[in-house]
Design a protein around this ligand. Structure first.
Ligand SMILES: C[S@@+](CC[C@H](N)C(=O)[O-])C[C@H]1O[C@@H](n2cnc3c(N)ncnc32)[C@H](O)[C@@H]1O
Ligand code: SF4
Length: 444
């Protein structure tokens, strides 16, 4: 259990974002985009960093916008950023995945949203199997919004449900009665959108065992296709508004492990399958199929079945992944907007991948998605000697001794019971971890 209190990254990328540097900027990203292979498939992520109000727990890159004007201006800049990217990669690239995240993307006024969708249609060749997903705040879902989403071609919706308990909702600054979520789901289904996912959270103030069971059972009772279950990351040194959360009311590390287990048991009992570390899906869902045939992947949204070769992130703070490495756009709206205004890519930092980074990235993704990895095979595939993982072997030794991982014939496996600690095992392969270790959230 001591491992539950270890502070380790969530490994939505490797190297992780704190290790991106200004050495990689717009020029580098531009040249990477210029060299995108013609047959490469693209995933486009659009970040909308605005919400009507900020929930106390929120760890996302977002700001409160009470009026539409800043959002409208933002949408115009997004369109320009898209044009700049298209100038580099050229028009007509095959788009297989399109995701609107935030923030609360449906804060975009209808006209601006549809205009952006049109622009994407003009700039890319949309795959007939395109997954077109959006994150929504259930408090904002109306029949009109549901109809708009259908008009825009949305095929999947993710709702931030978090917790149904009124005491918890008050403590986290998010009043959202159960009935409101029920209505949101029924509006979406009535409009024909039945691929619905829920985000649930544990580790929140005042959550006890009883609340946790009730929460998961009520969520499952609405039959979302997927659920993502997030442990609250309390990082008030980075997110000042989290100081409004009473740290004394937060469950401890052992309690968090129990909560994660309880939610898992409840959802499995309701017919869901566990996907990776913290996602659940109905057996027929794409995520379940991806897990079955080893195609499950990890990206900045968590677990995904997104098969694209390249991820292009648009908007302030958005991250892109290309074969050469990662880049992140300027996080501050002013800096991001000024770059776009002058016709440049708004890249603030990034990380080119060394052969060793690629090796470690493959191992970490394998551990996070399949809970196993073939160390010998990975070293061979990347043309690197096994000794390049000597530091990791050393870091693994105590984990193997404590039953968190098993090593046989060059393969490493995380046993079922130790899966909640997959991030700790993955961290053994993280060549950058040491200096920033205390700045990450708890392992579970
Ligand atoms: C962009 S929001 C979801 C869409 C919409 N804004 C909403 O809140 O309904 C992304 C999700 O991240 C999760 N999240 C936000 N802050 C978090 C934190 N500090 N720790 C863990 N998960 C968090 C929540 O589950 C949230 O639903
Ligand atoms: S949880 Fe969602 S609605 Fe709340 S502040 Fe974060 S992004 Fe906005």
């Amino acid at each position: 259990m001591a491992y539950a209190a270890h502070n380790v990254p969530r490994y939505t990328s490797y190297p992780t974002a704190p290790h991106f540097s200004e050495a990689v900027g717009a020029k580098q990203y531009g040249s990477w985009l210029d060299s995108v292979a013609p047959e490469a498939t693209i995933s486009l992520y659009l970040h909308i960093p605005f919400c009507r109000s900020i929930c106390h727990y929120c760890g996302c890159h977002t700001k409160a916008a009470l009026r539409d004007q800043p959002v409208t201006e933002y949408a115009a800049r997004l369109a320009r950023e898209l044009d700049i990217v298209l100038r580099h990669i050229g028009p007509g690239r095959r788009l297989v995945h399109l995701h609107w995240g935030g923030g609360t993307p449906n804060i975009l006024p209808e006209g601006e949203f549809l205009e952006l969708v049109d622009r994407i249609h003009d700039g890319f060749a949309l795959s007939e199997r395109l997954e077109h997903a959006i994150e929504l705040d259930p408090r904002t879902v109306t029949p009109r919004l549901a109809a708009l989403l259908v008009q825009a071609g949305i095929t999947r919706v993710n709702l931030g449900v978090q917790d149904f308990n009124p005491e918890v909702q008050l403590a986290i600054g998010r009043w959202q009665p159960y009935g409101q979520v029920v209505e949101a789901v029924s509006h979406l289904r009535a409009a024909g959108i039945d691929r619905i996912g829920f985000d649930l959270m544990y580790g929140l103030p005042h959550q006890g065992e009883r609340e946790i069971v009730l929460n998961a059972a009520r969520a499952a009772g609405l039959w979302p296709q997927r659920l993502a279950v997030f442990g609250y990351a309390h990082v008030p040194w980075m997110k000042k508004h989290q100081r409004r959360i009473d740290a004394a009311a937060l469950p401890g590390a052992v309690e968090r492990v129990r909560q994660a287990e309880t939610i898992g048991r409840t959802l499995l009992g309701a017919g869901y399958r566990r996907i990776g570390l913290d996602h659940f899906a109905l057996p027929g869902d794409d995520l379940a199929a991806a897990a079955d045939n080893g195609r499950l992947r990890r990206n900045f949204q968590g677990y995904t079945a997104d098969p694209a070769d390249i991820l292009v992130g648009i908007g302030a703070s958005a991250i892109s992944r290309l074969p050469q490495g990662y880049v992140q756009n300027a996080v501050d709206l002013g800096g991001w907007g000024r770059k776009i205004g002058s016709g440049q890519l708004p890249t603030a930092r990034g990380r080119g991948l060394s052969p060793e980074d690629r090796l470690r990235a493959e191992i970490i993704e394998g551990l996070m998605c399949q809970f196993e990895t073939d160390l010998e095979g990975a070293c061979r595939r990347h043309g690197l000697p096994r000794e390049s993982l000597d530091d990791a072997e050393k870091a693994l030794a105590p984990l193997v001794r404590d039953g968190l991982a098993r090593s046989t014939g060059g393969k490493l496996r995380i046993p079922e019971a130790a899966r909640p600690f997959a991030r700790v095992v993955a961290a053994a392969f993280d060549g950058y971890l040491a200096p920033a270790a205390d700045r990450h959230s708890a392992a579970v």
